[in-house]
Design a protein around this ligand. Structure first.
Ligand SMILES: [Fe+2]
Ligand SMILES: [Fe+2]
Length: 474
């Protein structure tokens, strides 16, 4: 039976006139839907959710709001509008026309990068699949589902590239994206952070703040790619990604705000007292932050990387906002890296800038994270308390790169292994912390009502009030 493509799969890639692509997607779509029904937020398939759906790329169409059942969400395929006469923006081919097809010599590299990005999208849906049962409000439940369906669409976006530009091996990779699962012992997701369980909403907010933000920087790097369909795909994904980080940023703000209210009511910042009053003490929030930030840092790869140098030289993966740099060739420049030396000392290495591209991107990410912390700290400061959130050093608790398995404290100071082993549990969420946070996780379904551990948002979604019925549970 034929499919009305514009209706079922809203797109701006002329799907209706591309028979090969239609056939590939027709085969893949049922597998995607059964993956969603098995690995997605399965218990909420019958709920009507007030969701944003992209139905075109222009300002009006990309954010269409209505009640939708998630299995009926229209996972569309959208690329940002082409830039006329776009040129390669960095690397050895600087200034030559961008590629509308995959150059043979870059085929396997591009395929691997697209698969790695694509793998993270369904992974996060799997990680978050049970959170609906403990949502602190209907507003939050709706935001969770919005993030979930958009990560599903991001998977579609990567599968589109695989189907449209990589032939048979692209189709095989697209199938594999539904076979690996987060945390699966035999077929895990490709990147470490995407195999970490997300069991509570504090972790969810940390994940959307820190791990989705890694995604933002990866997408910004790919948005510079000379492979134009990839660049345009990622540019459009970034418009959706902004909401995911908003969910994390405001989520942590609201948790902090509620904690401060409780501290003021009690007249103490003593963690046990705050906990007894049903809020999450600030040091526990800091430990969750330490965990998710340090885990996400590894996603950028090694500080010095010959792969990163090759991606840059070849024009495949650039720096976020490449235009703001003066030197797009980066042939001569070097980059100073702190590396561990003997006896707990730190030495500086100078590596070719091209080899340090992962670190350049990671540093931009860290700066972006720090802006969020500054906002949360303003709340604490305004309420007159002395506590401040801090970002751990990029050396802390790394498993990839120069600092992999080097014991340091959260400030990045190298310390003895036994001191590290003894103190690490106090820097990360303990079993007791996790059990406490889990004990707060109860579903709240009355419109406008919030769980006691989180403040209400400043405003609702799309001009709706906070007490709007964002999810009509079946
Ligand atoms: Fe995504
Ligand atoms: Fe995301």
């Amino acid at each position: 039976m034929g499919i009305d493509y514009a209706e079922r799969i809203p797109n701006n890639v002329e799907l209706a006139s591309d028979r090969t692509l239609q056939r590939a997607l027709e085969r893949w779509q049922p597998a995607f839907l059964s993956w969603w029904k098995e690995m997605g937020p399965t218990d909420f398939n019958a709920a009507d959710v007030y969701l944003r759906t992209a139905i075109s790329v222009d300002a009006k169409g990309w954010a269409h709001y209505d009640y939708v059942r998630m299995p009926d969400y229209r996972w569309g395929i959208f690329l940002a509008e082409p830039e006329p006469d776009r040129r390669v923006g960095f690397g050895d081919g600087f200034g030559s026309p961008v590629w509308q097809q995959v150059p043979g010599e870059h085929r396997s590299t591009l395929r691997r990068l697209i698969v790695t990005q694509g793998d993270t999208e369904p992974a996060s849906v799997e990680q978050q699949r049970l959170l609906g049962h403990t949502a602190p409000s209907l507003y939050d439940l709706r935001n969770l589902f919005q993030v979930n369906v958009e990560e599903g669409r991001h998977l579609w976006a990567m599968v589109y590239l695989l189907h449209a530009y990589f032939g048979r091996d692209g189709r095989e990779e697209a199938e594999e994206l539904l076979v690996r699962h987060s945390g699966d012992a035999d077929k895990p997701r490709i990147l470490g952070t995407f195999n970490e369980p997300i069991r509570d909403w504090l972790s969810f907010f940390m994940f959307t703040f820190f791990t989705d933000r890694d995604g933002k920087f990866q997408l910004k790097s790919f948005a510079e790619s000379s492979f134009d369909p990839l660049a345009r795909t990622c540019r459009f994904m970034l418009t959706e990604e902004a909401h995911h980080m908003f969910v994390g940023d405001t989520g942590i703000s609201r948790v902090t705000k509620r904690t401060l209210e409780v501290m003021d009511e009690l007249g103490t910042d003593e963690p046990e007292a705050v906990r007894r009053a049903g809020a999450i003490d600030l040091p526990t929030i800091q430990r969750y932050l330490n965990f998710w930030f340090s885990s996400s840092l590894d996603l950028f790869g090694s500080e010095a990387s010959s792969n990163a140098a090759a991606y840059f030289a070849q024009g495949i993966k650039g720096r976020p906002d490449e235009k703001k740099f003066d030197d797009h060739l980066a042939r001569e420049a070097t980059f100073a890296l702190d590396v561990p030396a003997d006896a707990g000392r730190v030495r500086q290495d100078h590596v070719p800038l091209r080899n340090a591209m992962n670190e350049v991107v990671r540093n931009a990410y860290v700066e972006d994270c720090a802006r969020g912390l500054a906002r949360w700290n303003k709340l604490i400061e305004a309420s007159g308390h002395g506590f401040r959130f801090t970002l751990p050093s990029t050396r802390f608790r790394r498993t990839i790169g120069n600092w992999a398995n080097v014991p340091t404290d959260p400030s990045g100071r190298p310390i003895a292994r036994d001191e590290y082993d003894a103190k690490l549990p106090s820097w990360l969420p303990s079993d007791d912390d996790r059990a406490f946070v889990a004990s707060l996780m109860h579903r709240v379904v009355e419109p406008g009502t919030m769980a006691a551990w989180i403040a209400p948002p400043d405003k609702g979604i799309k001009d709706r009030p906070v007490d709007y019925e964002y999810v009509r549970l079946a």
